[in-house]
Design a protein around this ligand. Structure first.
Ligand code: NDP
Ligand code: 8X3
Length: 251
């Protein structure tokens, strides 16, 4: 079927995408920092689906680690058809005068610079084959800024802008670029944002039914399997009780 490279495959949307694409016969390159989770997922997917899975452990913030991990893979694995730039996170919720500089650095380095580092290595592979599809995870936070979300929202607005730029630059090579902008989805996202405080994380999803990781993976799979001449450029997906990043109907 093809090869899909997924960043941040150890949890949430990335793991759900890995399961969805493997179930449909794709070979996978899965990445993240938590090696044990990658190995467990590799074994699980290979056994269940008979596909090949290559796990690569690196921090997307580390430009040298990104390029050396990706460049050293066998050439046969470099025939990537779909790159899903998913690794990302939010840290904290603070007004701009009180935000943590270190949290800001981590969000910018992961969500923006990490996505760029991975893309800069992989795009020449797609370009050489004059085909491919890059799917970037933005957010409803890219479209509407919410209170205390300042820097996280800015990183996702950057993903939105980078996706538009990529699309223009890569048109001559028939490379599709899709930005997916999910609303609230119950993954490890809020546990990470609140630094392990499960109670605070649970509160985020009280009073409404959020998206599941599988909903987003199904949508990504749909975008990735359209005919060669069709590209969904920009797609916002929320649960039925959410209108945008600031309006959620809670009971
Ligand atoms: P999860 O926390 O469940 O998963 C995040 C994934 O990103 C993990 O696999 C994690 O792997 C990886 N990751 C984080 N930091 C790094 C890093 N420095 N280097 C390598 N990998 C990293 O979150 P989601 O699945 O919910 O989020 C996935 C993407 O979707 C993110 O970009 C997020 O901003 C975006 N998003 C999430 C929404 C939500 O409500 N959940 C809504 C809209 C967008 P590991 O820790 O092993 O490195
Ligand atoms: C994640 C969704 O609304 O918590 O991007 O920012 S939100």
């Amino acid at each position: 079927m093809g090869i899909v490279l997924i960043t941040g495959a150890t949890a949430g949307f990335g793991e759900a995408c890995a399961r969805k694409f493997a179930a449909n016969g794709y070979d996978l390159i899965i990445t993240g920092r938590r090696q044990e989770r990658l190995t467990a997922l590799q074994q699980d997917l290979e056994k269940a689906n008979g596909v090949k899975v290559l796990p690569l452990t690196f921090d997307v913030q580390d430009e040298k680690a990104v390029s050396s991990a990706l460049e050293q893979i066998p050439d046969s694995w470099k025939a990537v058809d779909i790159l899903i730039n998913n690794a990302g996170l939010a840290l904290g919720l603070s007004t701009i005068d009180e935000g943590s500089l270190s949290d800001w650095d981590t969000m910018i380095d992961t969500n923006v610079k990490g996505l760029l580092y991975v893309s800069r290595t992989v795009i020449p592979w797609l370009k050489a084959r004059r085909k491919g599809h890059i799917i970037n995870l933005g957010s409803t936070a890219a479209k509407t800024v919410y209170a205390k979300g300042n820097v996280y929202c800015a990183t996702k607005a950057a993903v939105d802008a980078i996706s538009q730029g990529m699309r223009i630059d890569l048109l001559p090579y028939f490379i599709k670029v899709t930005a997916i902008h999910p609303g609230a989805a119950e993954t490890e996202f809020s546990v990470v944002r609140f630094k392990g405080d499960a109670g605070k994380a649970d509160d985020v999803y009280k009073g409404f039914t959020p998206l599941r990781a599988e909903d987003v993976a199904d949508t990504i799979y749909y975008c990735a399997t359209l005919p060669a001449h069709v590209c969904i450029n920009d797609l916002v997906i929320t649960c039925t009780q959410q209108a945008n990043a600031i309006y959620t109907y809670k009971e």
